[in-house]
Write a protein that binds this ligand. Structure first.
Ligand code: EPZ
Length: 419
């Protein structure tokens, strides 16, 4: 088992380049299934989840080659329409491939997806949306057997602005003759990036980033090169780490437009944030203040993927804060672990009340999911004494060697292997 061993108390100082976005690259990799020719993605992040998605493409017949920072995907050899269960069960984004496989083959056999255990993670909105386009889907023994031979363009209403369902329906609509209109779409920057990628390959997608997206069907997509956006959640994680530890950190290759909600909530909170083009300098030299209420919402609201990390900050803030988790029904699993470090948090259903403490104390804690694990690391960086964070494989799914990034900023953290 791999763990992080942390000695708390160091300030964070220095510069860091923000990695490419996991949640942009995953649907873009699914989009490669629609391409006839080779695709090269630059600054490819080698997270566990993106490597698993590459294996899914290989299971469909693609050949993939990882160079220094790039990956090349040979798409013309994609001939299989079934995803193996061992790969699909590892990541949520396997379900995004369904729409793409239906577009290419007009049929698909896809297992139920995996992903962080932060709730039931149903896929009813994906299925309802694809059925509104005429897909026939039989859900049997954990597999979806899909017949897309009668799919047609049309209007799709999504009951809730689901990120994955929006991406899936876009991918299923690219080749449908005529115009498809998707209503009540998610507006996340990763959806805009998927549309930009597909349009750069020849698709005609309009309105990504708004709640209504229109797709004009095209015959085929070529291939080409693309550089996905950087990861707003990783950026937010390190901004919060700087507030928790104190220090002076400059993040490079960041799009501050994508983290407006976090920056709004941190304004006047014992830190200075100086934006210069695609860099953000965070200077924090006082104990953070409590925030009366943080409610997670679909974009552009406060991101659920930063909820555990800001909870760690609020655990040492001056005063009492409230965090409401509206997106996932069991995304407070890190609370029990934070309490082992001395945090004072009371949870009632989807609301957590956090009484800030002047000090947390090192302990042995265990990651329960990706972003909860990142939150535990941030708390360990400020806790007095030694903290071990176990099961960091969760963190490796969405941060490439998080410990190296934090070491570069002066944190006393190392990756260890426990028997
Ligand atoms: C994406 O998951 C992200 N994952 C998640 O990031 C992120 O937390 C989430 O969007 C919300 O922003 C990827 O992009 C790979 P949703 P997704 O569909 O698409 C409900 C991380 O840490 N829902 O927007 O699965 C669902 O239960 C991960 O990087 C249905 O009810 O999220 C949830 O309550 C964690 N039926 C809400 O919608 C469905 O068919 C939002 O989920 C689909 C979703």
């Amino acid at each position: 088992m791999q763990s992080f061993f942390i000695c708390g108390g160091n300030k964070l100082m220095g510069e860091l380049e923000v990695q490419t976005s996991k949640n942009a690259v995953l649907p873009i990799l699914a989009g490669c299934i629609l391409c006839d020719k080779d695709v090269v993605l630059h600054k490819f992040p080698k997270f566990e989840d993106t490597l698993t998605m590459l294996k899914i493409l290989e299971s469909l017949g693609a050949r993939t080659y990882i160079y220094e920072n790039d990956v090349k995907i040979e798409c013309e050899s994609i001939t299989n329409h079934e995803i193996p269960v061992d790969l699909a069960s590892k990541i949520r984004s396997s379900i995004f491939s369904l729409g793409a496989i239906l577009s290419r083959f007009k049929k698909a056999k896809v297992p139920y997806p995996g992903g962080c255990a932060i709730g039931a993670r149903p896929i009813d909105l994906h299925i309802k949306g694809l059925k509104q386009l005429g897909a026939k889907i039989i859900d049997k023994h954990g597999f979806l057997y899909c017949d897309g031979s009668n799919m047609k363009s049309g209007v799709v209403n999504i009951d809730f602005p689901s990120v994955g369902a929006t991406e899936n329906i876009i991918l299923a609509s690219v080749f449908l003759k005529g115009r498809t209109k998707i209503i009540n779409c998610a507006k996340e920057p990763e959806i805009v990036d998927l549309a930009n990628f597909l349009n750069s390959m020849g698709a005609k997608i309009h309105g990504a980033g708004d709640s209504i997206i229109e797709i004009e069907g095209v015959e085929k997509l070529d291939g080409g090169e693309y550089t996905p956006i950087t990861d707003r959640i990783i950026a937010g994680t390190y901004i919060l780490a700087t507030l928790i530890c104190g220090g002076d950190v400059t993040l490079k290759n960041i799009n501050t437009e994508h983290i407006q909600s976090l920056m709004h909530n941190l304004k006047n909170n014992c830190c200075k944030m100086i934006v210069k083009g695609d860099t953000l300098r965070v200077v924090a030299n006082k104990r953070p203040k409590a925030i009366s209420k943080i409610e997670t919402q679909p974009y552009p609201g406060f991101p659920t993927d930063l909820q555990p990390q800001i909870m760690s900050m609020l655990s040492i803030a001056r005063g009492t804060s409230v965090v409401v988790e509206n997106l996932f029904e069991s995304r407070f699993k890190h609370v029990g672990e934070l309490k082992k470090l001395g945090a004072d948090i009371l949870v009632n259903d989807k609301t957590a009340i956090i009484k800030g403490k002047s000090m947390l104390y090192g302990a042995n804690v265990t990651c329960q999911d990706l972003r909860g694990g990142a939150g535990l690391v941030l708390a360990g960086l400020v806790a007095k004494g030694y903290t071990t964070v176990d099961d960091v494989f969760h963190i490796d799914r969405g941060y490439y060697h998080m410990e190296k990034d934090l070491q570069q900023l002066g944190a006393n953290i190392e990756r260890i292997t426990k028997a």
